[in-house]
Design a protein around this ligand. Sequence first.
Ligand SMILES: [Zn+2]
Length: 700
Amino acid sequence: MKKTVITAVLATAVAMSATAQNPFLQKRFGTPYEIPPFEKLTMDNYREGMLKGIEQERQEILDIINNPEAPTFENVIVALDECGEILSKTSRVWSTLNSSNSNDELQALAREMSPLTSELSNFVNMNADLFAKVKAVYDKKDQLGLNLEQMSLLEKTYRSFVKSGALLSASDKDRLAKINLELSRLQLEFSQNLLHDTNNTYVTVDDVKQLAGLPQANIDQAAELAAKIGQKGKYSFNMQRPSCNPVLQYASNRELRKKVYLMYNDRCNHGDQYDNKEIARQIIALRLERARIMGAKDYAEIQLDTKMAENEENVYALLDEIWGPAVAKAKEEIADIKAMMKKDRVKGEPQRWDYMYYLDKAKRAKFNVDESEISEYLEINNVQQGIFYVANKLYGLSFNERTEDYPQYEPTAKSWDVIDKDGNVIAIFYSDYFPRDGKGAGAWCGGFRGQSYDGAARVQPIVTNVCNMTLPSADKPALQTLDNVETMFHEFGHALHSFFRNVHYSGTSGVERDFVELPSQINEHWAFEPEVLKVYAKHYKTGEIIPDELVEKIEASSKYGQGFATVELVAAALVDMDLHTLTSVPEDLDVMAFQNEKMNARGIPAQILPRYSVTNFSHSIGGGYSAGYYSYIWSEVLDCDAFQAFAETGDIFNQQVAEKFRKFVLTPGGIRPGKDMYQDFRGRQPSVDGLLANRGLSRE
Ligand SMILES: [Zn+2]
């Protein structure tokens, strides 16, 4: 019956647009490096590309099943890996733009396509005939003479079928299909509600006097935002971090901080049509039901069995090891905050909305650091040059700007050839750093095409870094905070991982989720090394290189505030695990009450909340990082330990270590398990000591 739906929609779509002109349906775009011809793409092209792509993939699957020849690695496993070219080509472009340049039409298309693509993945993943062919190949895997990558593809393919329920009874399969469909609908709804509350919740003040303490650049942006939403002459903040964080950090107006803080943390928790509490509960319940059908005790179990962490005991052990030292450190910070408040003659206990503000003040008092003074050395283009410098020193890469000659999807983005030391272009890079309407909050690395092979030729990936950095103001260029600089290095670390990847199958491209942040987080370590700062941190007015005294201050103060940062991060990871290790989900479970109860039981300081509340915890509830938010910490254990490999040689650009890191970590994609890749790089498994030292925490 569902098949009819697809056909009916397809017929309308085809009638509406001229197939011949749809770039997604041509063999090639005919642009440099096959970059999507953004300016030519229409909504009809996307819709038709998706629908035709779904049809094509379905047909290709049927062809594999109906192939009369005996099943082989090539005619089943490779054929399956290569299925759906039109669909992946279209959906990569469309979903990348739906995150960075979303609009009502793209979102409507997302809602329209979500059931169709889930239906397709069910058709593939739960297809008994297809699985029989896969299993036939898998059962004789040791006699096939496969190389390491081929064996990895075969095992991953087989496991993903088993994970999707291929070994289940017909009725369980049926229920699983319904759950999957329902989950993708709910997750989408969750994300769209969050996007709404992030972009359309405003705190507006009438008088600039209420903004005392806020840097002028932020005041200017608030004035601009107010004008844009029809409040000319006033000052508005939305719930994107670049807009609201400076208020929490710099505004002396306590009431304003409170308002912004509560609005931010309460996104999608207002009991209105955008409330995510019940949606989150349903998602958790369905995930548990799914796990149970698969024979697991809870959802975390099935999520973790293909991760480097392996099981929930290992995850909790790591989080617990860090939690105690982090809370102890946060308590020291809170004592400092109390002292600062006393000086300010503010009575009573510090509140959550006091934390960032007074922590910043305490830090300035302790280390005499003025972040806005430092920011004057952190102009965004200089930072980008610093990022490129590190990539050049470590791996010999160079970057050639091609913004003028390559297709652009956004006027403020830039594009670059990524050139290896032998002169070959190994990737195309788009840097898209500024916030705008339709861009999701946060920062991420994505892309319009992954690395692949076309015959013997390596196809270069087209990689994007999308961020929400501080915009230029009327009188200043785009000066960044230390945090923003760290984020830029982080996302570029992911980009490096994409640039170097060299795999032959799309099925061997992805790494374990708790390994995926290693390349990004290790890249942050170079951001504030004195040697690197001296290269890119130049005063925006005078061009003066950052003075030693400031570099020392950055170094001395970098560990301050890590109690707060670590607690909010580990807290979020714990809530994510607690939700996904539930073995029953009551009908009346209030996810926010659950979060508070769990946090109180663990003795979280009253001044700190988890980094995200459940109603706006898109990593955990919205999708990708469910029972997986711990990965950030897990990866940090790896990145601190891995950076030590450079540091302990006395040369942070040590070429032998860089060569190993590139070879064993950045290049093989998901061909080998993370544990093995790490072992090859470091000669041993990582220890948590590097992380504790890096964050200035000590064991109790
Ligand atoms: Zn990341």
